[in-house]
Design a protein around this ligand. Structure first.
Ligand code: ITT
Length: 201
């Protein structure tokens, strides 16, 4: 089976490869860039699911003939902070501008939660994965991991909002756990294992 990932995010790609490797998923995986696709994707959906479908459909429509038998997968993910009305949500990568460093985005979220007590600092990472099959049929799954926004950035692993995403059960952030541990419990790990189950069928 050939799989093409419709993502330009190198961190996501590392995690997705690790997750599928751990499942011993037999597939020839490549990025849209490796498949020679650099079509512009306009993420104007209003939900994680819609945006994942838009990414996968856009890349599927641009597949060169030699990849006509490939399955296209796309991940749309983000952080929902309950005390901020679920911001940044589907705008997680665009929050404060696409090129703003995450140290600044994280500091701004911590600042906005300054007066918010521990019990109201609930948050979750969401991941929707869409698959477009060679015959044009589609599947979409959505998974989450619940946590809390911490009081300071902690840890160097992971990417994006990981340093401020605190896991009460483990008493650390998702940037402090190993990649294997993160993939085992994360929104992305759960969503890709669900989609892998569908692909195997
Ligand atoms: P593609 O659309 O090309 O896949 P992107 O980075 O634009 O890449 P999204 O629109 O799905 O992807 O935005 C996801 C953002 O949500 C990501 O850039 C992070 O800021 C955040 N995010 C998602 N999963 C995360 C994780 O596991 N850890 C930390 N932050 C995460």
């Amino acid at each position: 089976m050939r799989i093409i990932f419709a993502t330009g995010n190198a961190h996501k790609l590392v995690e997705i490869r690790e997750i599928l490797d751990e499942l011993s998923f037999q597939a020839d995986l490549m990025t849209m860039k490796e498949a020679g696709i650099d079509t512009e994707i306009i993420e104007d959906g209003l939900s994680f699911e819609e945006n994942a479908q838009i990414k996968a459909r856009t890349v599927a429509a641009a597949l060169p003939a030699e990849y006509a038998d490939a399955v296209v997968l796309a991940d749309d993910s983000g952080l929902e902070v309950d005390a901020l009305n679920k911001e940044p949500g589907i705008y997680s990568s665009r929050y404060m501008g696409e090129d703003t460093p995450y140290s600044e985005k994280n500091a701004e979220i911590l600042r906005r939660l300054n007066d918010i007590p521990k019990e109201k600092r609930t948050a979750r990472f969401v991941c929707a994965v869409a698959a477009v099959f060679p015959d044009g049929t589609e599947e979409t799954v959505r998974e989450t991991i619940e946590g809390k926004i911490g009081y300071e950035p902690r840890g160097k692993n992971g990417f994006g909002y990981d340093p401020i995403f605190y896991l009460p059960d483990l008493s650390c952030s998702t940037a402090e756990i190993s990649p294997e541990e993160k993939n085992r419990i994360s929104h992305r790990g759960k969503a890709f294992r669900a989609i892998a189950g569908i692909l195997k069928r």
